[in-house]
Design a protein around this ligand. Sequence first.
Ligand code: SAM
Length: 211
Amino acid sequence: MGKRICIIGCGPGDTDLITLKGKRAIEEADVIAGSRRLLTDFVKGDYATTIILENNYQDILEEVDRIRKDKRVAFLVSGDPLLYSLGESIIKRFGRDNCEVIPGISSFQYAFCQLKESWRDYRVFSLHGNKDMDLNKTFKENKRFILLLDPKQNLKFIKGAVKLTHEQGYTFYIASNLSMPTENISRVSFEDLDSFPEESLSILIVRRGDE
Ligand SMILES: C[S@@+](CC[C@H](N)C(=O)[O-])C[C@H]1O[C@@H](n2cnc3c(N)ncnc32)[C@H](O)[C@@H]1O
């Protein structure tokens, strides 16, 4: 058995939004894997070897399996490490006992803090890399929910896929680039969903009925 692999929640954008424990784990790692953005933002100095995660997850997991006996490996993931995240695949690959998970702040948690509202009545779904989701069913079965988007499964895609009417009383908030200098949280009407200039990092908050 090798050393424990550490999965660290970072961001969702601002480098101050990481736990002290997460920061320490990054400093103690021999090898750090993460997206180019997370590595640039959260690894300061060249004390560790870095591995850029792109579309090469399987190869990287194999490589980590080879080195983990001797090296402390950290994976940087965005937000909550177990919410629609690579964190799940890492645990599946190496086993619960061989991983430590350090929580991070999810994009949706951050958005609700900015709105000064509780998210307790909301469910969370993801359209990120998931074009087969039954959106009409999701809209029908849930009065309040959050949708993680991606550059393809975006507002325009939702407008085209869902049949809604004005009378159903929907409220939409689009929250983009959360905790970054270009952060934007806007209320959008259903009519304007396909013309709103959203960013590639966005979530949609959906509410039907009462404000
Ligand atoms: C692979 S999921 C990761 C979710 C992440 N684990 C979390 O807890 O937020 C990536 C999606 O999360 C959302 N996201 C992540 N960071 C964001 C940010 N700073 N602003 C807006 N949305 C963000 C976007 O919908 C993005 O496509």
